[in-house]
Design a protein around this ligand. Sequence first.
Ligand SMILES: [Zn+2]
Length: 414
Amino acid sequence: AFTFLHLGIFCSMFSSETCPKPRKVSQEGTGQASCFFTQANTTQRLREGDIVVTKSRSAIGCSDHSCFWPQSSDGIVRVPYVFSPDYDEAQIRWINEAMAEFEILTCIDFVNHTTESDYLSIKSGKGCWSHYGKIGGGQILSLMKKGCMWKGVIQHELNHALGFLHEQSRSDRDSYVKIMWEYISAGNKGNFKKSENSNNLGLQYDYSSVMHYGTNAFSNTPGRATIIPIPDASVPIGQRYGLSNLDVAKINKLYNCNRCSTVLDSPSGSLSSDNHTSKYSSSNATCFWLIRIPSKRVSLQFDAFSLKSSTDCKTEYVKIYDGVSQSSEVLLDKTCGTKSPPVVTASGRTVLVEFVRGGTGAATGFKISYSSGRSNPRKNGRESDANNVKSETSGKIIGQECPLTRKIKSRYCL
Ligand SMILES: [Zn+2]
C-alpha cells in the first residue's frame, strides 16, 4: 500500500481539514490511462478495460473518461470553478493569470461555475493540494493564500485536477532520476513511488516540468538530495515559474486539443513561422508562443519578416502582447507585409506572440530572436514586475520541506 502524500511546498497540518469522502477517482497523472482509488492505506488501480480490485472495495472505472473534464463540441474543455470568499483581489488576479496560461496554450478553459455538477471549489485551505482528475461534484482545490500564490504552484495544483501526476512518478523515471531512498524517512517513501503503468503520452521525461519535485523534496538530512537527475546531476528540477513546453504538450495530447502553442522559457532564444509550418498541420491558422524568461524584461527583434499583405492586416499578421493573454496590453499591433517591425520590449518577463496565417499568395514568414533586456527601474528602484504574478520571484519556495501529518492519504499536497 502506498499513500499519495506529496511534497508540500506548503503542506502542513491537514489533519483538521474536512476531507471529501474517500477519493473516488483520481486519474493518474502525466496523462495516465489508469486511475487510482485510494482509501486509507489501500490503493486500487484501474486500467482501461481491466480492473484490479483490492481488498474490500470495488470501484468504478475511468475507461469512460469520467476522471477527465469533458470536451465540448467546439473542442474546448471547460473546467468550472468557484472561489471561496477567502481571497482578495490581488490573489484572485494571480490565480486567474495562472489559469490564463492554460487558456492560451491549451484547450482548457477555466470558467466561472454556474450550474455544472462537477467543478473546482478553490479555497484557501491548509496547504496547496488537489485531487487527481475530476472526481465528481464540487471538488476542493486548496490554494492557501499565504503560501500558494505562485504561478507555478497554482498551475501545479490545477494540473493535478486535470489528471496529471508528478513527473518523477512516471514509469520511466529511473532512467532520468535517481531516488536517494536513504535520505527519505519511511513515512515519506510513498511520495516517491513510481507509477508502473503511467501513460506517458509518448512524450519525453521533463526535468523542467512544473510537476517535478525539487531536488531536496522530503529530505530527512539537511543538504542531502532525495532526487538526483542522471546522468547530469546539475540539471535543475522543481521549477515553479510556470508550465513548461512539455507540460503544455502533454495537456494538449491528453485532452486532444487542437492548439498550436509553444512555451519558451530560456533567457534567450528564437522562434519562427518556418518551424510552425513544418511542425503543425496547415489547418492550424493561429499559433501562439509564450515567452517567459527568468528575470528582467523580454526584448524581441525580428530577424526576418515577410507576411502576406492585406487591408489592416486582417488575414495574416503577427501581434505581440505584454503579458500572458490576448487581453494583455498590445506591444505590437497586427503587422503584415515585408517591412520589418521595430524591436519590441515588454514591461516584464512574459510576452505572448500571436501569428494568424491566412489569405492567398506566398510569403516566407518570420523569425524572431528574444533575449532578456535590461531591467526596468521604477521610481522606487525595484524591477518592474507589471505582467508577472508573484510566482516569478519564488525561488525560495522550491524544495522547502513539508511537515506531513497522518490522515492526508487522499490528498495530494503539492
Ligand atoms: Zn503535486
